[in-house]
Write a protein that binds this ligand. Structure first.
Ligand code: SF4
Ligand code: SF4
Length: 395
């Protein structure tokens, strides 16, 4: 107890008998353990407890709380429930389900004095639920689907490209199932810049839903499979359409001990590189449009300038929403939220759309899932690569 911050404890103890001093010291050193679960957890209990005790300082920016309007799903509210689930003082299915009421947007991290991401905290809690076979049915169904077809949805686009090369295009589940136009336009744009993209003969889901839902061992199997697949493609660069695939391949695989033998870029980063090297002509596409920063791209990967640089080069009149860059708002589709709370996810999409439409009716983004969310509610929404392809056509 030499630290200055404990000086008041020293003063208080200086007047009491030795036995009291000894008892106080024992409680000081051991007391915290009394509040920890008896068994070892995958969740970081130090973070769970700190977040549970916090006065919910980031809650004003949590889209799930805004849409669901119940404090149980606020950032700290979820941490409090997590604490009781982890200590097994609470064991209801309803409470377990609430651990999935998060769109993994990291808005909480922007405001948190501890730099906590509740999404990351919940990942560990969900892994503990999985270990106890207490995860919701929707999580089991997703896991089974991924085990059977290695894709979140039924594929519409099959890989079309040589299996080896310099650059590997990784389209991701959302593009292969719902946005063949993004895969097509990516190929067209890359070829216009003199690059023939290779594609994996059978592309697997990047594993993000498995990690997010708590299936850590399955996620590790997927990461190892991808590392082997990238190695056999002999490509030195991997370009992903989806920010979440980029985040998994670039950040989360290495964090779990699996490194890819290639540099991983989001398509906006690669397109910005092509623009810088003057391998894409300047364009003059119609506008105006508002750019929506995808949460994972802006907050988790810090990629905010490259998509804007590309849009400006394409001559687009890009307008900015007041909630932009790291202060963006979620489209509602992150963290597998629609699998567990579809109405909440729709309400988040609607709120973001209303906000974006105050700036412009046409939306450009750099994430196929954001595009699905907005176009699913009837909005005009494009992926960045579609704008580039249009600019090439008009050049
Ligand atoms: S994430 Fe940080 S600011 Fe938000 S409730 Fe938890 S501890 Fe508080
Ligand atoms: S990650 Fe987003 S949805 Fe999840 S608790 Fe934080 S602010 Fe709320």
């Amino acid at each position: 107890m030499s630290d200055k911050k404990y000086a008041w404890v020293r003063d208080a103890l200086s007047h009491v008998p030795l036995t009291t001093k000894a008892r106080a010291l024992k409680h000081f050193l051991m007391g915290k353990n009394e509040y920890l679960p008896a068994k070892k957890t995958r969740a970081d209990m130090d973070e769970v407890i700190k977040c549970a005790l916090c006065p919910n300082m980031c809650k004003f920016d949590c889209p799930v709380l805004a849409a669901a309007a119940t404090d149980a799903v606020s950032p700290s509210g979820k941490a409090r429930l997590a604490y009781f689930l982890e200590t097994e003082a609470l064991a209801t299915d309803d409470a377990a389900l609430l651990m999935y009421a998060c769109c993994s947007c990291d808005a909480c991290r922007e405001w948190c004095p501890f730099d906590f991401s509740v999404a990351d905290i919940l990942q560990g809690v969900r892994a503990d639920l999985v270990d106890r076979h207490r995860e919701p049915e929707a999580a089991r169904e997703t896991r089974q689907r991924l085990e059977e077809q290695h894709s979140l949805h039924q594929r519409q686009v099959e890989p079309a490209g040589p299996p080896t090369g310099d650059l590997l295009y990784f389209m991701g589940c959302e593009v292969s199932a719902r946005h063949p136009e993004i895969a097509r336009d990516t190929r067209t744009v890359l070829e216009a810049a003199g690059v023939t993209p290779a594609m994996l003969p059978q592309e697997w889901c990047c594993g993000a839903p498995l990690l997010s839902m708590g299936y850590v061992d399955d996620f590790l199997d997927v990461a190892r499979h991808q590392a082997r697949a990238v190695e056999s493609s002999r490509c030195s660069t991997v370009v992903c359409s989806c920010p979440t695939c980029t985040y998994m391949l670039r950040v989360m695989y290495p964090r779990h001990g699996v490194s890819l033998p290639a540099q991983v870029l989001h398509s906006s980063e690669y397109l910005a590189r092509l623009v810088q090297e003057e391998r894409l002509p300047a364009g003059a596409v119609d506008g105006p449009c508002v750019y929506h920063d995808p949460c994972t791209l802006a907050r988790k990967l810090g990629v905010m300038d490259p998509p804007r640089q590309v849009l400006h080069r394409m001559g687009m009149d890009v307008r900015e929403s007041p909630f932009k860059r790291e202060h963006t708002q979620c489209c509602g589709r992150g963290g597998s939220l629609p699998s567990f709370f579809p109405k909440v996810a729709d309400a988040i999409t609607e709120a973001r759309l209303q906000e974006l439409h105050r700036t412009a009716l046409c939306i450009v983004t750099a994430c196929p899932t954001c595009k699905s969310a907005f176009s699913g509610q009837g909005a005009e929404a494009y992926d960045l690569v579609q704008v580039v392809r249009r600019a090439l056509e008009e050049a």
